[in-house]
Write a protein that binds this ligand. Structure first.
Ligand code: BG6
Length: 338
């Protein structure tokens, strides 16, 4: 057995937090069920994620840091709905956990409520599997469409990576990609540099590479490198779509996703995700607010922007369509290089 799972009250609220920890005490991760936000990932005794010291940890605002989940909108195309949607502000249910020889996982779920229906008039079921191992944190965010019509949405994992200093790190792996620059009137450019350094506010959507025919495209691999430390983190991400094979399977899934409370079902069902091949490439947002924006954000201390860079995989450059009874899996693999 690699580790254990503990459900406990959070520091500032009774909303539970789930902590996965390795038996040897070297690795752990914590998931605040408010937003299913991963708020800590410790690898070999070192914290790898950034959470602002000013973050609201009482369930009154999305957490500034960790890995908030964005759904069903990115930014605010619908001004009646909050920026980045509502998933990061819902309390998610804990469905279960399971340990294997080299990893431990937890599974959380979020479903339609009257409140979400008023903001977005569709049913949905979100599942989130977090897997901790000695070298990786794998987060698989699944969106299931239980409706009998297509749904359109945007989704993303808003990952805040802890860094020594914003001026010493660089991001590589995006050369040749088209990006939408939010800092330059949403104009599109092609990335010419093999590494991206940070000297000012940076807010870019690197658009997924086009798929060619039926051929599965490669996942996105983005590396975070520090001038003194060298390679720090490899961030691999992509999308896998599962269509129901037959009406019977669809029916089973439908019933299970909406009603099933039995954690064994989930463990068996979502345990298979880890081995899902990535079918589609993904957009990657690269964000650092820099000085003025950090000052303007109430939940970030003025110097907070020194300590993180966001590398955020998602489907955001345009809404994605999901067919009835289908499931979309957005996987992120964070692997420690150093
Ligand atoms: C990024 C966006 O994903 O999230 C930025 O590209 C945005 O434009 C940032 O400022 C933070 O958003 P929020 O809602 O958490 O303050």
């Amino acid at each position: 057995m690699f580790g254990t799972c503990l459900i406990h009250p959070s520091e500032k609220t009774d909303i539970p937090t789930v902590t996965l920890a390795s038996v040897d005490g070297l690795h752990s991760c914590s998931i605040f069920t408010y937003g299913a936000t991963v708020i800590s990932w410790i690898n070999n005794g070192k914290e790898k994620l950034f959470v602002s010291t000013e973050a609201y940890m009482d369930g009154s605002k999305a957490v500034r840091g960790g890995i908030p989940l964005v759904f069903p909108q990115f930014a605010q195309p619908n001004p009646a709905m909050a920026q980045h949607g509502f998933a990061r502000n819902q309390i998610w249910e804990i469905l279960g956990s399971f340990s294997e020889s080299d990893s431990i996982s937890a599974i959380l779920r979020c479903k339609t409520t009257e409140e979400t229906r008023a903001l977005w008039p569709h049913d949905f079921c979100l599942l989130y599997q977090i897997t901790l191992s000695a070298t990786k944190l794998i987060t698989s965010f699944a969106i299931y469409n239980p409706n009998d019509n297509d749904i359109d949405f945007q989704c993303l994992q808003h990952t805040y990576l802890r860094i020594p200093h914003i001026t010493t790190v660089a991001v590589s792996g995006l050369q040749g990609r088209e990006f939408v620059d939010k800092m330059r009137a949403m104009n599109k450019y092609t990335e010419e540099n093999d590494t991206i350094c940070f000297r000012e506010e940076t807010d870019r959507i690197y658009v997924a590479l086009q798929q060619s025919g039926d051929q599965a495209s490669a996942p996105s691999v983005v590396n975070l490198v520090d001038a003194a430390i060298g390679p720090m983190m490899k961030c691999t991400s992509g999308v896998h779509r599962m269509e129901p094979q037959s009406a019977d399977v669809a029916q089973l899934l439908q019933t299970a996703l909406i009603d099933e409370k039995n954690s064994n079902f989930w463990i068996e069902y979502t345990g298979q995700w880890l081995h899902s091949p990535i079918h589609e490439d993904i957009d990657v947002v690269v964000w650092n607010p820099w000085e003025a924006k950090a000052k303007a954000l109430v939940d970030l201390n003025d110097d907070g922007y020194f300590d993180f860079v966001c590398i955020e995989p998602g489907l955001v450059s345009q809404p994605t369509k999901l067919a009835p009874l289908s499931l979309l899996l957005l996987t992120q693999i964070l692997e420690v290089s150093n």
